[in-house]
Design a protein around this ligand. Structure first.
Ligand code: URA
Length: 232
């Protein structure tokens, strides 16, 4: 791909702005040699403003979403995209979140520009478990784990029972829930159906991928090994 198009598609600017950046010498190779619009360098050898270019198509980003941010590109208020560099919003193909978290839920949220990867993560065939840490307003009654694991729990206004989910109880008001599907407000609705109320909710894991090295509000580009952990 021509250099101008390649850099513009990564969201660094319009084609005109990238042409200007090239003319100004902001686009170089690793040895500091200025590149021209028709230069042919490998993606990983190109620097923009002395920084390596973002990865090409196929990028997967893990964000540790704080409470108070909406998973949308255009709602009012704070958006998850505000936590990522502006250029990520201008990438072509676009960067989409893989599933959503409620505004009041924190934790692991993935983004990708790779539609095939996105579908693989959300496909029931992949059966990627999502693990949520929960603080409840009221003490657990004791039968929640059995109800959630039954495979016949029905949520209001739905016509299919929930898949079995595993509840690990830590104490009266703290638990961890593993889901194998993603329905609207699922965790909150499951506890509401048992007469409880979720006070705090955080997704701590997607598959075997955790948030260990990503602080709240921070993000990282996943390596191939980290991407593979989603399916482990
Ligand atoms: N379940 C919920 O209720 N909310 C989320 O954000 C994710 C799962």
């Amino acid at each position: 791909m021509r250099l101008v198009k390649l850099i513009a598609n990564l969201g660094y600017g319009s084609r005109k702005e990238i042409q200007t950046a090239i003319r100004n010498g902001w686009v170089t190779d690793k040895d500091g040699n200025r590149l021209k619009a028709d230069s042919k360098s490998a993606h990983e050898d190109i620097l923009f403003d002395d920084e390596p270019l973002d990865p090409a198509h196929g990028v997967v980003i893990l964000l540790n979403k704080p409470v108070g941010y909406t998973c949308s590109t255009k709602d009012q208020g704070r958006l998850v995209y505000d936590l990522l560099p502006d250029r990520f919003r201008m990438r072509k193909p676009v960067l989409s979140s893989i599933g959503r978290l409620d505004k009041e839920t924190s934790g692991a949220l993935l983004f990708t520009d790779d539609g095939t990867f996105l579908h693989k993560v959300i496909s029931p065939k992949s059966n990627v478990p999502k693990i949520y840490d929960i603080t409840l307003d009221r003490p657990l009654k004791g039968d929640e784990a059995t109800i959630f694991a039954s495979g016949d729990m029905m949520l209001e206004n739905e016509d299919k029972p929930l898949k079995p989910a595993e509840l690990e109880v830590f104490d009266e008001t703290h638990a961890r829930l593993t889901l194998h599907e993603g329905r609207y407000h699922q965790v909150r609705r499951m506890f509401a159906a048992t007469g409880n109320h979720v006070a705090e909710l955080s997704r701590s894991r997607i598959g075997s991928l955790g948030l260990e090295s990503v602080a709240e509000g921070e993000w990282k580009i996943l390596s191939d090994a980290e991407k593979a952990k989603i399916f482990e």
